[in-house]
Design a protein around this ligand. Sequence first.
Ligand code: ZN
Length: 292
Amino acid sequence: MSMQSDYKKYLEGQNEIKGRPTGRFWVNQEKRYVKPFRIYGNLYYVGDSWVCVHLIDTGAGLLMLDAGNSGAQAMLVQSIWEMGFNPADVKWIILSHGHVDHFGAAGFFQRMFGTKIYLGAPDARMFRQTPYLSMIQESGNCMDTLADIDVEIEDGDFYRFGNVEVKFRLVPGHTKGCIACFFEVTDGVEKKRAGYYGGFGFNTLQKDFLLQLGDTDFDMRKVYLDSLKKVRDEQVDIFIGNHVSNVDLLNKRKYMLDHPAENPFVDKKAWKSYLDCKRDELTVWMREQDKE
Ligand SMILES: [Zn+2]
């Protein structure tokens, strides 16, 4: 093969990926850069304008929630530095669920810094047994690798990370191993309880998708609704999601900059009202799907 034909093949591969419905997820990710910021106390935002990544300073190392989109490693490392931390101090990563747009830099952190990776046990099995389900959005990089999961989270687990204790619930629906977790954050004076919900997308509840998995009665949709109900009554002062749209993050950040004395992220009603909203949206969506 000549160098010209190699290059032609390379461009063809690139154009094929760009032409897919999900192609936009992999192109020029730096356009999605968001200047990192403090949400509250020891809780920080280091994600982009699509996929959330949160950082918690535990006093004995950094805990990161999700690891960004595949291919966004450099931007994530830059954001962590810019926030005033060293990426090498990320001791633990909790993955919201096992999809490629959330575990992007997990393998990199594990190999580079020895970071320990936590994932819901059913999604850890998905990694091992059906990796094609983890790459659901068809990563644009064929060199992507799945991380080795160090700790498989079960429903009801508690883990301590530095000074932060985290309570876990499994909230299957978007995937079987989505996690929700709850922990306290502090500004040194006051404490607030943060609640994280690891997967709201209906894309994996579509008929074609569920039929391929052998879920002919679409039971997973009911499981999704049950999961919302299971954690709805948790007391949450700060709702954090794994995509910016879940918590209207960019508008809240703008509000924060315009009103420095207020913090729109501290909102006792946000968790319940968003979970209720997803319940209602799914109910309507299911009815529409059934008509097809
Ligand atoms: Zn997902």
